[in-house]
Design a protein around this ligand. Structure first.
Ligand SMILES: [Zn+2]
Length: 470
C-alpha cells in the first residue's frame, strides 16, 4: 500500500454470487471460493465486491443464511489479502403480479439472484409491515411499480423503513467482516409523482411550506416554470442524500461507504430524483458505474462526459474515484484500464452481466494486465467544465439539447485533446479556486445560466484562471 487511504490503491473485481451459493454451508462451495480468492490475489486484484444478492429485503426471511455465506467468503478473502465490499440495493424489492412478471424477472434480471417472496402483504420486519414502506404515486396513492426491474421501491422518508434499514446494517456489520459498504438505489420511481406518501407530503410542507397538490394540478406538476415544482425536485434530491447521511453516521468509521451511480449529468435523473451531487458529501469514495452497454471506442462522448462528472465530484470533495466497467474480452479490458488511468479512477473489473458466454473476471485475468498505480508527485491540473444541476432542471424538456449535450460534446473534445476534464457542479466554483488548481474553466450553455452564476463567472475571470464561454 502506498497511500494513506486504501481506496487509492484498490484494484477491484466483482465477486458474483449465484443460486448455488445459497446452498451454504457446503465444502464444495468452500473449495470454489478459496480457488477464486487465490486467483484474484495472484493476478493483482486486492479488493472484491459482493454482487448478486441484490434486492436485499427480498431475503428478509433468510438474512442469517445470507450473513453465513457472506461471512465465510469474507474470511476467505481476508485470508488472501483481499478487502471485501458489501453491495446491495437498499430500497428495491421484486413484485410479481402474474406469471409474465416471473418470466420477465427470469429473462431480464438473471444477473442477480432474484429470490423474491410471494408478496409483501404478509411480510414483517421487527414487527412492522414492510408493505407500508413502499413509495406511492401522487397520481393514485397506490404503490409505484417500476416495469424495467419488475419491482417496487421503499420510501426513504418512511420512519419504520429508516429504522429497519439501519437495524439491518447493524446486524450485517456485526455478522460479516467488511471493509466497505455500497448501498444502492436511492431514487424515487418511476417519475416525478413519487412519493406521495404521508411522510413525504408532511416533510415537503415542513421544509417548504407547500402542500403537495392533486396530480391534476397542471400548474404545478411538470411545470418547470413553477418555482414550487422546482422545490419539489430539489427536495427529493435532498431526501435521498439524507439517507446516506444517516447511514454514514450509523456505520463504524473504519467501514467505507459509497453507493452506485451511473449518471450525474443526464436530464432524466431529475425524474427519478437521482443526484450523486447530494450523495457524495456522505460517501468516502466517488463511484461511477459505466453501464454495461457502453463500449470504449464507440460511446466515447458518453463515457468521457459521464466520467468527467464523477471526476468533478472527486475533485470537489477530494475523495478517491472508482470506475466500474464491464469488458467483453481482454482487449476491451486493456482499453478500460487506460480510460481509468486517464481519468485517475481506481479500476473495477466486472464480467458482462447480461451476455452469457462472455469471459468471467477470472478468465480475463489469465492474461497479464497492467494495473494502474496511484499517480505520485505533481499531477497536471484538470480543465474545469461548469455544469449546473439547478440550471438543467429549470430547463425541463429543453435540457437534453440545450444544456446536457453541449456539456457532453465539449467534455469529450477536451479529453480527446489529452486534457483531463472535471465537471464543476453548483457550489463548487462560485467562490473561486486556489492558484493552480485548474488549468482553465469552460462554460458550455452559458446563455442559460442564472444572473448569480454569471456574476460568479466574472469573479473567476478576475482571478488567474482563464474562463471560456462556449
Ligand atoms: Zn414517501
Amino acid at each position: 500500500m502506498k497511500s494513506k487511504n486504501w481506496i487509492n490503491d484498490a484494484v477491484f473485481a466483482s465477486w458474483w454470487l449465484t443460486w448455488d451459493d445459497l446452498s451454504w454451508p457446503d465444502p464444495v462451495l468452500t473449495a470454489r471460493w478459496k480457488a477464486r480468492a487465490a486467483r484474484f490475489q495472484e493476478r493483482g486484484i486486492n479488493t472484491v465486491v459482493m454482487f448478486g444478492l441484490h434486492f436485499r429485503f427480498d431475503y428478509f426471511a433468510h438474512f442469517e443464511r445470507v450473513f453465513g455465506l457472506l461471512r465465510e467468503i469474507a474470511d476467505i478473502c481476508h485470508d488472501h489479502g483481499l478487502r471485501v465490499v458489501e453491495h446491495h440495493s437498499a430500497t428495491l424489492v421484486h413484485r410479481v403480479r402474474n406469471r409474465k412478471d416471473r418470466l420477465e424477472i427470469r429473462e431480464r434480471n438473471f444477473h442477480h439472484v432474484p429470490f423474491y417472496p410471494d408478496g409483501w402483504e404478509h411480510a414483517y420486519y421487527g414487527g412492522k409491515p414492510m408493505a407500508a414502506w413502499r413509495q406511492v404515486s401522487a397520481r393514485d396513492g397506490k404503490p409505484v411499480f417500476f416495469e424495467r426491474y419488475t419491482c417496487e421501491c421503499f420510501c426513504p422518508n418512511h420512519p419504520d423503513y429508516q429504522h429497519a434499514y439501519l437495524d439491518y446494517i447493524a446486524r450485517h456489520v456485526e455478522a460479516v467482516p467488511i471493509d466497505a459498504c455500497m448501498s444502492d438505489d436511492l431514487h424515487y420511481l418511476p417519475d416525478f409523482y413519487s412519493c406521495g406518501c404521508e411522510h413525504c407530503r408532511k416533510r415537503f410542507f415542513e421544509e417548504e411550506g407547500i402542500t403537495l397538490p392533486s396530480a391534476r394540478d397542471r400548474g404545478f406538476w411538470e411545470n418547470f416554470e413553477n418555482p414550487d415544482f422546482l422545490k419539489w425536485i430539489a427536495a427529493r434530491y435532498r431526501w435521498n442524500g439524507d439517507f446516506y447521511r444517516r447511514l454514514r453516521a450509523a456505520l463504524p468509521s473504519g467501514i467505507m461507504l459509497w453507493g452506485c451511480a451511473s449518471d450525474a449529468i443526464d436530464a432524466r435523473v431529475a425524474g427519478i430524483a437521482y443526484s450523486p451531487q447530494h450523495y457524495v458529501p456522505h460517501w468516502d469514495a466517488v463511484f461511477h458505474e459505466i453501464v454495461s452497454t457502453n463500449r470504449p471506442g464507440k460511446d466515447d462522448v458518453k463515457i468521457a462526459s459521464d466520467l468527467a462528472g464523477f471526476a468533478g465530484l472527486a475533485f470537489q470533495y477530494d475523495k478517491p474515484l472508482i470506475a466500474l466497467f464491464y469488458p467483453r474480452d481482454v482487449d476491451e479490458l486493456k482499453m478500460w484500464m487506460q480510460t481509468a488511468t486517464f481519468h485517475r479512477a481506481r479500476p473495477w473489473l466486472s464480467k458482462q452481466p447480461r451476455t452469457p458466454g462472455t469471459p468471467t473476471e477470472e478468465e480475463m485475468l489469465r492474461e497479464s494486465i497492467t494495473l494502474p498505480a496511484y499517480p505520485e508527485g505533481d499531477v497536471e491540473p484538470p480543465v474545469g467544465i461548469v455544469f449546473s444541476e439547478s440550471t438543467r432542471d429549470r430547463l425541463g424538456p429543453r435540457a437534453p439539447s440545450d444544456y446536457v449535450q453541449p456539456f457532453r460534446d465539449l467534455t469529450e473534445r477536451v479529453c480527446r485533446e489529452g486534457k483531463r476534464a472535471v465537471a464543476l457542479f453548483d457550489g463548487c466554483w462560485e467562490n473561486g479556486f486556489s492558484r493552480g488548481a485548474l488549468a482553465a474553466v469552460h462554460v458550455p450553455g452559458a446563455a442559460g445560466l442564472s444572473a448569480e452564476k454569471k456574476a460568479a463567472l466574472d469573479r473567476l475571470r478576475e482571478g488567474d484562471i482563464p474562463v471560456r464561454l462556449e
